[in-house]
Structures are given as structure tokens and as C-alpha cells.
Design a protein around this ligand. Structure first.
Ligand SMILES: [Zn+2]
Length: 278
């Protein structure tokens, strides 16, 4: 009995520690999604996804910028959202270049992103050739394109860089069903706030002023209703958030705003199965 209990305890200990010891590299080297019904465990910055799908290399209105081949996976909701959004852009002959989504099973990534861990985040370039031009480009030609910054040397949006096409891309994304928030540079949010003359300013609420994000915007979808273990993020505050963005632009962010925890938190236990399953 005692032996059984000891070995059970040992097993429990191993399983409790196994997730904690997984490194971003363990997640990065896997090239296939985990089998099973789509399900998300944990939060955008610390979690994983089962049953992810890979976004195709190209489709109506979009091309992937495939510099890291295994970062094109997402929860089926995200793949569907990106496909529909791009199709809508293509009807206006606008194109979009889609860079990182998540790894095949989500999880932490070596270098770069703090989030993108549950298959609900994607980075989209502001600038892209028109949909018709993009559809004629090979993946190698797309890879030669460069992200264009939207800000001039004065740190403010340059309207010659952020034209009405780029504005419309962000606005259509923010108005799409399923969007949770979109990260843009603070100066870009302020610019979009100033540009919007319509009475309906609800879409601006979704835009979160952030550092970086001058060459791409980061879309994040809400937790799917059939993923009860997907940790819902605190909602964006009511209102258009324009005064807050202006304040951040003028005063900067609080000193601790972007500080990451010194020790990476443990992933949810279910992620051990996701990492190891077929
Ligand atoms: Zn991102």
C-alpha cells in the first residue's frame, strides 16, 4: 500500500512538474496540431490550444508572410475570422499580409511575442499591395516585401504612410464580430480617434494603445464559447478610449506597465497533454 501510495505521489509530482519544465523550444519544435476537438487552455499570454488549424499560404485578399513556417496555426475561429476578413478586404481590392499567429499547439514562443499562445492572436501588416497585386505574387516575392511604419520621424502618424486604405483595414477589423481587442501604437490610436468623424465611435473602444505596433496591428479574438478553460481577459473599458490614448501619448505609460514576471508562470496542466498528444 505504502509503495503504491509513494509511486502515485511520485507520478503526481512528475505530472505537476512536467508542464512547468516545458520550454518555449519544446513547443516551437512541434510541427503539427494536437488531435481532438478544438479547445483552448489558459490565457493569451500563458496557454495552449488543441485542434488548431493552419492558415493557408494565401487566399482572397491575403498572403502569409511565412518567415517562420510553424507560426501560422490558430483556433479554427481565428482561421475563419482571418479568411472572412480578408475576403471582405478583397471586395474593396485591399490586401493584407498576415504574419505570426500561433505555433501548432500554441504555448510560449522562443523570443518575441508575450502572447499568441492560445491560437486567437494574429499580426497583420498595415501596409500591403492591393488584393489583385497580392494574388499575383509568389510566396518568395511576398517575403521580399518589407513592413512599412505608419509614423514619421516626429513620432506621429504620417498620413502619406497611413492612407485611407490602412485606416479602413483597422476599422473593418475592429468592427468584425468576434474581435476582443486590437493592439496599435498609441500615436495610431490617437490619429484614428481624430480621423473618425462619424457618431458611431464604438469600434475605437477595441483599439488598445500600446508600445510598438507601428508596422503591424495585432488582432485578438474573444474566447470561443465552447472552450470553458480559455481564460477571459478583462474587458476593454467603456467609451472610445481616446482621452486615455492621448494621455498615454503625452505622459507615457506607467513604469511597470510592460514589465514581465521574472519567472515564466506555469502553464495549465492540460497543456502537458496537448504538448504530448498525437
Ligand atoms: Zn502580435
Amino acid at each position: 500500500m505504502r509503495t503504491i501510495r509513494t509511486s502515485m505521489l511520485a507520478l503526481l509530482f512528475v505530472s505537476a512538474c512536467s508542464t512547468a519544465t516545458t520550454k518555449p523550444e519544446d513547443w516551437a519544435k512541434i510541427t503539427t496540431a494536437a488531435n481532438g476537438d478544438p479547445s483552448i487552455y489558459g490565457k493569451y499570454t500563458n496557454g495552449c490550444v488543441r485542434g488548431a488549424e493552419e492558415l493557408p499560404n494565401a487566399g482572397p485578399g491575403f498572403s502569409r508572410y511565412k518567415v517562420r513556417p510553424t507560426r501560422g496555426f490558430g483556433h479554427p475561429d481565428l482561421v475563419s475570422w482571418l479568411t472572412k476578413y480578408s475576403l471582405r478586404l478583397s471586395e474593396k481590392n485591399l490586401g493584407v499580409i498576415i504574419e505570426d499567429l500561433s505555433q501548432p499547439r500554441g504555448g510560449p514562443m522562443p523570443g518575441g511575442h508575450g502572447s499568441h499562445q492560445v491560437g486567437l492572436d494574429a499580426d497583420l501588416w498595415y501596409y500591403a499591395p492591393s488584393a489583385s497585386k497580392l494574388s499575383e505574387m509568389t510566396p518568395a516575392q511576398v517575403l521580399k516585401l518589407a513592413q512599412r511604419p505608419m509614423l514619421g520621424s516626429n513620432g506621429r502618424v504620417d498620413p502619406k504612410l497611413m492612407t485611407q486604405s490602412e485606416v479602413l483595414k483597422v476599422k473593418l477589423a475592429a468592427q468584425s464580430p468576434g474581435i476582443e481587442r486590437i493592439f496599435v501604437h498609441t500615436a495610431i490610436k490617437v490619429y484614428l480617434c481624430d480621423q473618425e468623424k462619424d457618431a458611431d465611435r464604438e469600434w475605437l473602444r477595441v483599439l488598445r494603445p500600446w508600445k510598438g505596433h507601428v508596422r503591424h496591428f495585432h488582432v485578438r479574438l474573444s474566447c470561443p464559447t465552447d472552450s470553458p478553460d480559455c481564460e477571459i481577459q478583462e474587458a476593454t473599458p467603456p467609451g472610445d478610449g481616446c482621452a486615455e490614448a492621448q494621455q498615454r501619448l503625452t505622459e507615457g505609460f506607467p513604469a511597470d506597465w510592460f514589465v514581465k514576471p521574472a519567472v515564466r508562470p506555469e502553464l495549465p496542466d492540460a497543456c502537458t497533454d496537448v504538448l504530448r498528444s498525437s
